[in-house]
Design a protein around this ligand. Structure first.
Ligand SMILES: [Ca+2]
Ligand SMILES: [Ca+2]
Length: 374
């Protein structure tokens, strides 16, 4: 009997009210940080810091904003791609090239429609002008395959490896089986060169997969980060009761839609992960679901007790979540109630933790800075 099965009777009581205040309160701990409201945005999706402490923030409808370090002023950056903003789609991730200080390259991901109206996630890059007013020479360098109908599960998270390779996530677009299809990028973690071409030496090409595939069997991958040891961590929104933290290992099959510790939202069973089934099991999973947003590996000085741990947001969970990491092992740490859907988590230059609320439904998404409680 797995721990998840043992918990089922207790969870059944919560099942009808996954996001109720009582369910959240059960997991909420006293917050060991002070929260400062820095700015707010219209459905922000991602952010990153420039070397000088300013920030780039994406808004889902298609705006890229350059924000001063104190959050008091922001200006629109021109030269960004045309996005299809509907459902879960829009302008998504923003990440700097590892040599940004020398080349000023900024990478973006977004959803777009083709001439037939089919949609997919794309990746591109441009050079941030010296005055920050625009991205120059912006080019699309990668497109998911295939483009399909619908506005869900684009994913689109970007992470650079210590060796400079670019890892990119493509969601399974709510189509299930593409996650296991060797010729689709959907439901995959991809390993690319910084110009969007497939990296050499990817692990599955000899088995008939596309040359850009690094791992497969994923659903909706909304967080991706390397830790200080060079391990690649990913979080994905699973089916009902199956949100996951995974350690991403070259060539592994993470199981979706064949196995999951969750089950389909229409009630259909999905067999759970079990030892020896040939699928890579998550390190951490949630039932009830928290709907994860963003992923950050903490390396700062302000919260020394959390060095090496992972942080992510909860959208339906309305929480900031800490994952205790010990080498390649991970387990649940803290879950702090934030009272709003959390989309993105970043570490600031001084080691403060920054979070972006999702906003939407008439409210702005706030940018919050978290520092140690006095
Ligand atoms: Ca980010
Ligand atoms: Ca299951």
């Amino acid at each position: 009997m797995t721990p998840a099965r043992m918990l089922l009777p207790a969870l059944a009581l919560l099942g009808a009210c996954n996001s109720s205040p009582s369910a959240v309160a059960q997991n909420a701990a006293a917050r060991p940080f002070a929260v400062t409201e820095v700015a707010d945005f219209d459905s922000p999706w991602a952010m990153t810091f420039l070397p000088d402490g300013r920030m780039l923030v994406t808004e889902k409808k298609g705006q890229l904003l350059l924000v001063s370090a104190d959050g008091k002023s922001s200006k629109t950056v021109a030269g960004t791609p045309q996005v299809s903003s509907a459902g879960q789609g829009g302008l998504m991730d923003v990440v700097l090239h590892p040599q940004f200080a020398a080349n000023r390259l900024v990478y973006l991901s977004w959803s777009e429609a083709n001439a037939e109206g089919l949609k997919g996630v794309a990746l591109g890059r441009g050079t941030l002008a010296a005055d920050g007013s625009k991205l120059e020479g912006f080019q699309t360098i990668f497109r998911a395959h295939p483009y399909v109908e619908g506005n869900g599960h684009f994913s689109g998270r970007i992470a650079f490896a210590p060796d400079g390779h670019l890892f990119f996530t493509n969601g399974e677009r709510q189509k299930f089986t593409p996650a296991q299809d060797p010729q689709a990028t959907l439901g995959k973690v991809l390993r690319l060169n910084d110009d969007g071409t497939p990296a050499k030496g990817n692990p599955l090409a000899a088995q008939g997969f596309r040359p850009d595939v690094w791992s497969y069997g994923h659903r909706n991958l909304l967080g991706l980060t390397f830790d200080a040891n060079g391990n690649l961590w990913e979080q994905e929104m699973g089916p009902k009761g199956g949100d996951e933290i995974n350690l991403i290992v070259a060539g592994k099959n993470y199981g979706y839609p064949n196995v999951s510790n969750g089950d389909h939202y229409d009630g259909k069973d999905i067999p759970d992960h079990k030892a020896g089934d040939g699928y890579e099991a998550p390190k951490v999973w949630w039932n009830p679901s928290i709907s994860p947003g963003g992923l950050m590996a903490y390396s700062g000085k302000l919260f020394p007790e959390w060095k090496g741990d992972l942080f992510l947001g909860g959208l339906s969970g309305k929480a900031l979540i800490r994952i205790d990491v010990n080498g390649t092992d991970a387990k649940k740490g803290d879950q702090w109630d934030m009272g709003a859907r959390i989309r993105e988590v970043e570490e600031g230059p001084d080691g403060a933790i920054w979070v972006l609320e999702d906003g939407g439904q008439g409210s702005q998404g706030r940018l919050l800075k978290l520092t140690p409680a006095k």
